[in-house]
Design a protein around this ligand. Structure first.
Ligand SMILES: *Cc1c(COP(=O)(O)O)cnc(C)c1O
Length: 445
């Protein structure tokens, strides 16, 4: 075998070498297996109990959701659509029940006519949309990364794989929403078949009705990528895209929606039902992890029961954190508009050294965030962006409220402004976490 150092690798070679040496050194395969379990355990102690996890795409799923992910049904095969004649395999009657419950709970949670539960990632939902609603060579518009766009709607994602001609949705870098005048000019010229809205960095709602009015002239449609906002939408704390002009919506089940990591796709138009469903299966999902479907069904039931209260507090906490950070002299995006209307707070840390070193410094203090491009960056600033993205989903489900946001702003500011050693702040973070270990807004076992 070629040595790892001499072979081309996209991954970090030093980590791969660590794994290889550990495997070579292990006296038995059981010891190697034990090392895997050990790494899982270390993560559970550190990230699960000792950190402030402020990563915007994460959410702690409930105890029942987590238990269902290791259930027996996860070893069963269930290709196809729901119902005895629609599957390849016999013996699926209880699986049909689970999947039908999941689908109907999703429809109820979002108040829509159609939902699909089989996408093992939201990116596959985006692939489904592009495969169903566009043809290769069609013009579309989507958001670039510095203004919050996601690769799945750009050249390097599913829309690129589909061979679409992708133009930027013009965004106002100060108002952090679509620049409607510029949009109208560009859109009239290229007449996009689809306009993809929704973002990874997302603070404020989109003018969907206005955009719909412009593009419907030539039959253009809106695709809302609600990966991040899915929970906020189900909880009634954000705009309702499918009622405001979007034809179809996808989203990540494991972001604000707080279910198992995977994808959801939702629509109302019966004309889309056959093409969408027949693209998901047999093109993009076969063995779609029924354990995950069961977990998703329970997450949807929890959202119907607690989503409004849960997401209301998530947004209240994000606003409070934005305000508290600004009070401590940190530049917070969207401050003139109340900081945020989502689970996210975006700070500009260029003056402290930039997003990459600052996110790492915060992680030394057990405060987990991510570096992020912001509108003042260029797309190629990917490795050295100026911003940090903060999310309040996890700390909210752990029961934290506005009072704790004020304290967390102190901890963050003390690290960024170099007033305190990360090691010191880490002790305070662990102390805070210690009194918030129980999950709220979910069914107790
Ligand atoms: C996270 C994200 C995705 C991808 O979702 P996965 O569930 O991780 O596949 C797609 N679009 C946007 C805007 C995202 O933020």
């Amino acid at each position: 075998m070629v040595k790892t150092e001499q072979r081309f690798e996209v991954h970090d070679v030093s980590v791969l070498n660590w794994a290889r040496e550990l495997i070579d050194r292990s006296p038995s395969h059981q010891t190697t297996a034990h090392e895997v379990v050990h790494s899982v355990h270390k993560n559970e102690i550190w990230r699960g109990r000792e950190c402030l996890n402020l990563l915007a795409p994460e959410a702690p799923s409930s105890p029942i959701v987590r238990k269902l992910l290791s259930s027996e049904v996860g070893i069963r095969a269930a290709e196809g659509h729901i119902g005895p004649k629609q599957r390849w395999f016999a013996g699926t009657q209880y699986i049909d029940e689970i999947e039908a419950l999941c689908m109907e709970l999703l429809k109820k949670a979002f108040g829509v006519n159609y939902a699909d539960h089989r996408l093992i990632a939201s990116m596959l939902g985006n692939m489904t949309v592009y495969a169903t609603m566009t043809n290769p060579g069609d013009p579309i518009m989507s958001m670039s990364q510095p203004v919050g766009g996601h690769s799945s709607n750009r050249k390097d994602g599913p829309s690129g794989i589909r061979g679409l001609e992708i133009s930027d949705v013009p965004m106002d870098p100060v108002e952090l929403t679509v620049d409607l005048d510029a949009f109208e000019r560009v859109a009239r010229e290229i007449q996009p078949k689809l306009v993809s809205l929704g973002a990874s960095m997302t603070l404020f709602p989109f003018p969907l009705k206005e955009i719909r009015d412009i593009i419907s002239e030539w039959g253009g449609q809106i695709f809302f990528d609600g990966a991040h906002q899915l929970g906020l939408i189900a909880g009634g704390q954000f705009q309702d895209p499918l009622n405001e002009g979007a034809s179809i919506m996808t989203g990540s089940a494991g972001k604000t929606f707080s279910g198992p990591q995977s994808g959801i796709i939702l629509w109302n138009d019966p004309n889309l039902t056959e093409p969408i469903t027949d693209t998901i299966f047999p093109a993009l999902a076969a063995t779609h992890q029924v354990n995950r479907v069961a977990a998703l069904a329970v997450a949807a039931a929890e959202f119907i029961a607690f989503g409004k209260e849960y997401m209301g507090q998530v947004v209240a906490n994000a606003k409070a954190l934005g305000k508290a950070l600004q009070k401590r002299g940190i530049t917070v995006l969207g401050s003139h508009k109340g900081f945020t209307q989502t689970h996210q707070v975006i700070i500009d840390v260029k003056e402290f050294g930039g997003g990459y070193p600052m996110a790492n410094l915060l992680a030394e203090a057990n405060i987990i965030t991510n570096k992020n491009l912001i509108p003042s960056n260029r797309p190629e600033d990917w490795d050295e962006p100026s911003g940090i993205r903060i999310g309040t989903t996890e700390i909210t489900r752990l029961g934290m409220k506005e009072e704790e946001m004020d304290y967390i702003a102190d901890l963050i500011a003390n690290v960024l402004q170099n007033q305190e050693k990360p090691e010191n702040v880490k002790n305070k973070v662990m102390e805070l976490r210690n009194s918030f270990q129980q999950l709220h807004y979910c069914f107790q076992e």
